[in-house]
Structures are given as structure tokens and as C-alpha cells.
Design a protein around this ligand. Structure first.
Ligand SMILES: NC(=O)c1ccc[n+]([C@@H]2O[C@H](COP(=O)([O-])OP(=O)(O)OC[C@H]3O[C@@H](n4cnc5c(N)ncnc54)[C@H](O)[C@@H]3O)[C@@H](O)[C@H]2O)c1
Length: 254
């Protein structure tokens, strides 16, 4: 077991499921202490138990990333638990109505998608960066966008708009805070085997081969493969890396 995240206190949102859970396990293996946040507290408890089985430390916290008070409570809870925040993976997200054309998206779902995927990332960064600067020791933030943050996707509608927003917001934060020691990067997953993709396949009636055909590497990604990239970006091994939007997508955007 490599310990490249030893003495790192890290917050992960969307930690109850999929990419967030796999990343929590990867960071725990690398020695991090974790605060695991999600609106699904039962799923968060399960992830915490899985981390503890690996011998890691994890505290589950309920949060709605689209709500400023809830995010502020998360950050102060994390500081109480971890002592400091060295890293954050702002990953919570929803797919909205990603099987519909933009003309068929409902206004309330569009607002909800932007509220969680884009405003939620902004709110988390707002309070995380403040905390990192007040500690004086820098930090690393990774936000989850998507290949839908780099290219248009038919059916993506509000989702694609929100993920392009995450890429732009993250680059701006990198410009503003890298000189103060806070690195900010975005990870852009391709099609990854998680409950989100299961829901999209169910809604559209498509087979997973639909996504595989668009992926040069010839298969869907595993959430652990995103976890590996994120753990690296969160660590000092990526000390010169800031302001990037990293596709981890089996070649999709190529
Ligand atoms: N699975 C993919 O193929 C894929 C591809 C590109 C990007 N992504 C992105 O990766 C991230 C994780 O997705 P996943 O595939 O693991 O999906 P998932 O549905 O398995 O997990 C998403 C998690 O976010 C949580 N969440 C949703 N709204 C929240 C809120 N308001 N506050 C707190 N938590 C909330 C959910 O409860 C869930 O645990 C998302 O941002 C998603 O857009 C996924």
C-alpha cells in the first residue's frame, strides 16, 4: 500500500456511490483521512464502513451541495474532524434529463441540474478555498466535470451546460489561487460503470454497446480508474499541475 496521501485531510462529495465511493477507497488506501459527504447519508455510512475495513479513517456527513448553509456546515464539520483541509473532491452530480433533446428538458430539472452540478461546485470551492487560505499551507481541489464539459453530447442539455461551466469555473479558480498554493483541476470522466450510467441506459432503452462504440479503448471505464486519477491530482505528486481539465475517458474526446 502506497502512502502518498498520508497526513492529508480530504473532503469528497457524492461519496455515497459510484465515482465518489471508489475515489474514497483509493484515497484511503493512499493514507488520507476522509470526510465523506452526500445527500444520501445511508450510502455515505456504507462507504465509511468500507474505508474503515481497509484500515482507513472516514466520517460520513449529510450535505446538499446546492445549499450554501449546508455546504458551510460541511466545511466546519470537516475542519473539526480533520483539523485542516488539504484536499477536496467536489464530485456530487446528477444527470438531469440527459436522454432528452434541449427542447424537451423541463425548466425545474434544468435549474436543479445547474444548481447541483455547477452552483454546488462553486459553493464547495468558495468555502474550501477560504479555509485552505486561512491555514496558510495550500491545498488541492479536484472538481468532477465530464467529457460533456469538453464537447457537446446529444441529449446532454442542461447537464452538458453545467459541466462546461465546471471546467470554466475551475480554470478561473486555478488562475486566482494557484499563486497562493491552492491548485484547482477538473477530471472529465468518459462513460463509467456507475448507477448514473445504469439509469441513463434504463431511461433511453439503449445497450451499453452504444457507449462502448464511442470509446476507442473498447470498453466502459471503472470508477476506480477515475479514483486513481483524482488521488494523483489531490497529492503532491501533481505539484505542477493546475488549471487542467483531464479527460479520463478511454480516448472518447480524441
Ligand atoms: N458515470 C459516468 O459515466 C460519469 C461520466 C462523467 C461524469 N460523471 C460525473 O461523476 C460524478 C459522480 O457520478 P457517478 O457516476 O458516480 O453517479 P452516482 O449517481 O453513482 O453518484 C452521484 C452521487 O452524488 C450524490 N448527489 C447528488 N445530488 C447531490 C446533492 N445535491 N448534494 C450532495 N450529494 C448529491 C448522489 O446522492 C450520489 O451519491 C457526477 O458529477 C457525474 O456527473 C459521471
Amino acid at each position: 500500500m502506497s502512502d502518498f496521501l498520508e497526513n492529508h485531510g480530504i473532503i469528497i462529495t457524492g461519496a455515497a456511490s459510484g465515482i465518489g465511493r471508489a475515489t474514497a477507497l483509493r484515497c484511503a488506501e493512499a493514507g488520507a483521512s476522509l470526510v465523506l459527504a452526500d445527500r444520501d447519508i445511508e450510502g455515505c455510512n456504507e462507504t465509511s464502513q468500507l474505508v474503515q475495513k481497509l484500515g482507513g479513517q472516514a466520517e460520513p456527513v449529510e450535505v446538499d451541495v446546492a445549499n450554501a448553509d449546508s455546504v458551510q456546515t460541511l466545511i466546519s464539520h470537516a475542519v473539526d474532524t480533520l483539523g485542516k483541509i488539504d484536499g477536496a473532491f467536489n464530485n456530487a452530480g446528477i444527470e438531469g434529463q440527459s436522454t432528452r433533446r434541449i427542447t424537451d428538458w423541463d425548466e425545474d430539472v434544468f435549474d436543479l441540474t445547474m444548481g447541483i452540478n455547477l452552483k454546488g461546485v462553486w459553493l464547495c470551492m468558495k468555502y474550501e478555498v477560504d479555509q485552505m487560505l486561512s491555514q496558510g499551507g495550500g491545498g488541492s481541489i479536484v472538481n468532477t466535470a465530464s467529457i460533456a464539459g469538453l464537447v457537446g453530447l446529444k441529449g446532454g442539455g442542461g447537464y452538458t451546460a453545467s459541466k462546461h461551466g465546471v471546467v470554466g469555473l475551475s480554470k478561473t479558480a486555478a488562475l486566482e489561487f494557484s499563486s497562493k498554493g491552492v491548485r484547482v483541476n477538473t477530471v472529465c470522466p468518459g462513460t463509467i460503470e456507475t448507477p448514473m450510467i445504469d439509469r441513463l441506459l434504463d431511461d433511453s432503452g439503449a445497450e451499453s454497446s452504444f457507449f462502448v462504440e464511442k470509446t476507442p479503448i473498447g470498453r466502459l471505464g471503472k470508477p476506480q480508474e477515475i479514483g486513481d486519477a483524482v488521488a494523483w491530482l489531490l497529492s503532491d505528486k501533481a505539484s505542477l499541475v493546475t488549471g487542467i481539465a483531464l479527460p479520463v475517458d478511454g480516448g472518447w474526446v480524441a
